[in-house]
Ligand binder design. Structure first.
Ligand code: NDP
Length: 340
């Protein structure tokens, strides 16, 4: 059992040590070296960038799902074409970071041929941030958009029942000689991971994040976990979340979040499901005239005092962070699991 509930001061760990510990724990839970390294990269890179809701904290969920068999640590994702510009990756219940590392290079090639291409990801266990996949595409000079469903955690605007996942949406725009402009956000008012961390650390949430099981507004993260999250931006965020249910679920021949819950074993890890990634080659779509106009807009934005571009915090962290703070109880539990 690697679940924890403690409020001791944090420990620090170098990124290398964290990656090695993740590989050790995931291998013990049944992952091959390749799968373990892909998940470890995803976790360590999230920590390095300051995205703690999808960092080390997620390791215990992966371990639980590898142990229960919900997630496969040795699956070989299968790539095939559904059409000239549509790549299918059936991840075979592998963790998403592993399937994505296999599929994205081929998606890049297809997008450069076709101008616009889609990756239809099926049966991939996504438990991470989405920026790595859109950044991989932006690093190849492409514009990218990705979204996935989850388990129901969000009550649609005007409803009383949790029917939507936290349904993240990520977008990346390449910039010559600079880090890409990337946004990556849950369509819930807060990512579920943030609420779980707030509950563990004893912090209150801001108003507007969630409701109690009885449907009353609350700032207590434990009450939100027992109740539900709200969509960001009221009915507008709910509409985006609904779109993601449809285009990352039904459109790909996959379940929506509410249906995923019906067959989930509730082991705390990620249920395999769909992800849609769209990629655009701006050279082809614009006729070669895309960078200057985009940079004019970025210049106007960057001239606004107090404004920062989405992704800037993460890219700044990336340039300087070599070690990260880790919950000591979680660290102890993972180390004990490795030695058990
Ligand atoms: P945040 O609310 O922290 O940030 C959302 C976006 O807004 C980021 O791109 C962030 O950039 C940007 N941003 C934040 N503050 C500002 C600001 N002041 N000015 C301009 N831009 C800003 O993210 P969420 O909590 O909504 O999501 C966290 C993660 O959860 C995401 O990575 C998402 O993919 C993941 N997730 C994964 C799920 C899954 O099933 N796998 C489910 C749900 C969420 P920056 O990073 O630079 O701060």
């Amino acid at each position: 059992d690697v679940s924890v509930n403690a409020d001791e001061p944090m420990h620090t760990l170098t990124l290398e040590d964290m990656a090695a510990l993740c590989v050790r724990a995931l291998s013990k839970a049944g992952a091959t070296q390749t799968v373990a390294e892909a998940v470890a990269r995803s976790i360590t890179h999230a920590e390095r960038d300051g995205s703690t809701s999808h960092g080390f904290f997620r390791l215990s969920g992966f371990i639980a799902s590898l142990q229960s068999g919900k997630v496969s640590g040795h699956a070989v994702p299968r790539l095939s074409r559904l059409g000239t510009s549509v790549l299918l990756c059936d991840a075979q219940n592998a963790p998403a970071p592993h399937a994505l590392e296999l599929a994205i290079p081929e998606l890049i090639e297809i997008t450069r041929e076709c101008g616009v291409a889609a990756l239809v990801m099926r049966n991939s266990a996504h438990f991470a941030a989405l920026w790595p996949e859109v950044e991989m595409l932006a690093d190849a000079g492409l514009v990218a958009l990705a979204c996935t469903t989850y388990l129901p955690a969000v009550v649609p605007f005007g409803a009383r029942e949790k029917l939507f996942g936290t349904n993240p949406l990520a977008f990346a725009w390449p910039r010559a000689g600079k880090a890409p402009m990337v946004f990556d956000m849950a369509t819930s008012a807060r990512a579920l991971g943030d609420v779980q961390i707030a509950a563990r650390e004893g912090h209150r949430l801001e108003p507007g994040v969630g409701l109690t099981a009885a449907g009353d507004p609350t700032c207590d993260p434990n009450e939100v976990l027992a109740g539900c999250l709200l969509p960001f931006g009221g009915y507008k965020g709910a509409a985006l979340s609904l779109m993601i249910e449809l285009i990352a679920g039904a459109l790909l021949g996959q379940k929506t979040s509410a249906s995923t819950a019906e067959s989930d074993n509730r082991d705390g890890g990620p249920p395999p499901r769909g992800e849609l990634i769209l990629a655009f080659d701006p050279e082809i779509l614009s006729g070669g005239e895309w960078q200057a106009e985009a940079e004019r807009l970025f210049g106007r934005l960057e001239n606004q005092p107090g404004l920062r571009l989405p992704g800037a915090r993460r890219h700044q962290n990336r340039a300087s962070v070599t070690e990260v703070r880790v919950d000591p109880a979680l660290l102890g539990a993972i180390r004990a699991y490795c030695e058990s």
